[in-house]
Design a protein around this ligand. Structure first.
Ligand SMILES: C[S@@+](CC[C@H](N)C(=O)[O-])C[C@H]1O[C@@H](n2cnc3c(N)ncnc32)[C@H](O)[C@@H]1O
Length: 322
């Protein structure tokens, strides 16, 4: 029962990085992490008994294959996912402390644990926004090449990425569409990260950055409104509201393109149920089937215009104005 939280505490304290940096003894690790030595020693011994660290002699610790995953620079970004002081670690804490509340009430567990909705918490704590954006950019970094390759984006004149974070996906898509303009829309504290990215990619002169809520009117005239991993954050009513904002902003003949994990059966197994619970707990969101997405789109005045399944569990769903 204690292993998941103990690993998260070690990740938060950067124990693997300190060991890799030459701190092997309990005393030195306590000094570097600012932890109480006796309590830290008990944590390390517990984790050594589970092969997360090695205890080479009493009170002297080393890395194992498992704890190498916790190095800050490991490509999996595992340490960042588990860091209890980062955005995704707080979602995990909300899951532990708030799932019962969420199941009993249907309301987000995050608010019951932290006293404030997830997005308001991020807005009040810039370091949490930074941590969330960095995680999302890393996810986008893996997903973006698939999305960029899956559609003839060059046929569009203007592509707006709505809730596009710091712009990693839009950068990849614009890379396949040299004549297209890009519009990045997200909350003000997030979207500003896009400027630097686009300048570095040489896209500064064909991109526009708009710090605005997607529940408000969106920049008009886009040929494509891209919504990547947005709808699963929200319940049906709010999802329809975002889709309606996208639909009304489209140029004639324009399309909404949704990128989402889709609930589907794979060899008899239902996929994405863990993410579904995660979405429930953090913001009352949900994962959906294609039919459920299509029903939301219809309420926003959109009709299906095709689907593409990506090699990952994500799909592209295309909708046009009905
Ligand atoms: C799950 S992330 C997805 C980011 C990006 N589209 C991707 O695929 O990685 C959700 C995004 O929605 C943004 N967001 C949340 N509430 C918003 C609002 N009311 N208006 C605009 N963006 C919002 C967040 O800042 C975040 O960038």
């Amino acid at each position: 029962m204690f292993t998941p939280i103990a690993v998260r505490v070690a990740a938060t304290l950067h124990i693997a990085d300190h060991i890799a940096g030459g701190a092997h003894t309990r005393a030195e690790l306590a000094r570097r992490t600012g932890a109480e030595e006796g309590a830290l020693g008990r944590l390390l011994r517990f984790l050594a008994c589970r092969d997360v660290f090695s205890e080479d002699e009493p009170g002297v610790y080393g890395l194992t294959d498992t704890s190498r995953l916790l190095l800050d620079t490991h490509p999996s970004r595992m340490r960042h996912w588990l860091d209890l002081e980062g955005a995704s670690g707080r979602i995990d804490l909300a899951a532990c402390g708030g799932l019962l509340h969420a199941v009993r009430t249907g309301e987000p567990g995050y608010e019951s644990v932290f006293g404030t909705p997830f997005w308001d918490d991020l807005a009040a704590h810039p370091e949490l926004t930074d941590s969330f954006n960095a995680q999302m950019a890393a996810v986008q970094g893996r997903l973006a090449p698939e999305v960029a390759a899956a559609h003839p984006w060059h046929e569009a004149g203007t592509i707006a990425d709505i809730g596009g974070g710091t712009g990693a996906l839009l950068e990849a898509v614009l890379g396949t569409a040299p004549d297209a303009r890009g519009v990045l829309v997200d909350l003000p504290g997030t979207v500003e990260g896009g400027g630097e990215r686009f300048a570095a990619a040489g896209l500064g002169d064909r991109t526009e950055i708009v710090g605005r809520s997607f529940f408000d009117p969106l920049p008009a005239g886009s040929d494509i409104c891209l919504l990547s991993q947005i709808l699963h954050d929200w319940d049906d009513k709010e999802s329809v509201a975002v889709l309606a904002r996208c639909a009304e902003s489209l140029a004639p003949g324009g399309r909404v393109v949704v990128v989402e994990r889709v609930i589907a059966e794979d060899e008899g197994r239902r996929l994405n149920t863990e993410y579904d619970l995660r979405m429930l707990v953090f913001n009352k969101g949900r994962e959906r089937t294609v039919e459920e997405f299509t029903a939301l789109a219809a309420q926003a005045g959109l009709r299906p215009a095709g689907t593409t399944r990506l090699p990952s569990h994500h799909w592209l769903l295309f909708w046009e104005r009905a």
